[in-house]
Design a protein around this ligand. Structure first.
Ligand code: DGI
Ligand code: FE
Ligand code: FE
Length: 196
């Protein structure tokens, strides 16, 4: 795979601000990968790729999304929820097609970097969290998740998801069911760990 080409396209397609964010995600994802013994190569590619489709026009997003739904790789209910969610699965489809990235673990990390989902891999959690806490992020609650991310991936995810859901609720926005499922799943896993 051509990582330089990927980085180039990302740089061209994103605003300067968003590209800086992507480099921040790369840095944090590499730190988390090292900390949790996850492949740094996979973390780096997923981080660089994660927002590649962020500024695609809605029509183009919808075309690829519809293909992905038809192929059974994306749940059709996503069409009924916030368009902010779309760039994630579309980005995964695009880096597969355009850059020949075939490793499912990388594609899933890109695909679920916004919504999250149940049964996330360590890499998926790392990309979700790196997206949330990278050094350029500055919003209420970010420090709480920053402190947790290097202690316990699941605890950090639970807090990050809870804050995201609370943020959406406070604005009276829709919450994508997969985000709620992700939160419920991690809380159940935590309860099972406590029993053992
Ligand atoms: O692309 P980024 O801005 O780096 O971050 P992202 O991919 O996590 O997008 C986050 C935005 O998506 C955030 O402002 C909240 C919004 N959003 C809208 N509906 C949902 C949602 N996020 C989640 N997790 N679930 C939703 O239902
Ligand atoms: Fe994103
Ligand atoms: Fe992002």
């Amino acid at each position: 795979m051509k990582i330089d080409q990927l980085l180039n396209e990302v740089k061209n397609d994103l605003t300067e601000h968003r590209f800086r964010h992507t480099l921040g995600v790369k840095q944090t994802a590499l730190e988390l990968a090292k900390h949790y013994h996850v492949s740094p190569e996979q973390a780096e590619v997923a981080a660089i790729a994660h927002d590649i489709a962020k500024f695609w026009p809605e029509a183009r997003l919808k075309t690829v999304l519809t293909q992905e739904i038809t192929a059974g790789r994306v749940r059709s209910d996503i069409l009924q929820y916030n368009k902010e969610l779309w760039h994630a699965p579309v980005g995964a489809a695009w880096v597969n097609e355009r850059f020949g990235i075939r490793e499912e673990v990388i594609l899933d990390a890109v695909r679920y970097h916004t919504s999250a989902r149940t049964n996330m891999s360590a890499l998926e959690k790392i990309i979700w969290l790196a997206d949330y806490i990278e050094p350029n992020r500055n919003f209420p609650g970010v420090e709480t998740v920053r402190a947790l991310a290097f202690k316990d991936l699941d605890e950090a995810m639970i807090t990050g998801l809870a804050q995201t859901i609370q943020f959406l609720l406070s604005r009276r926005q829709l919450v994508y069911p997969l985000t709620l499922e992700a939160y419920n799943d991690l809380v159940k896993v935590r309860a099972q760990k406590a029993v053992r």
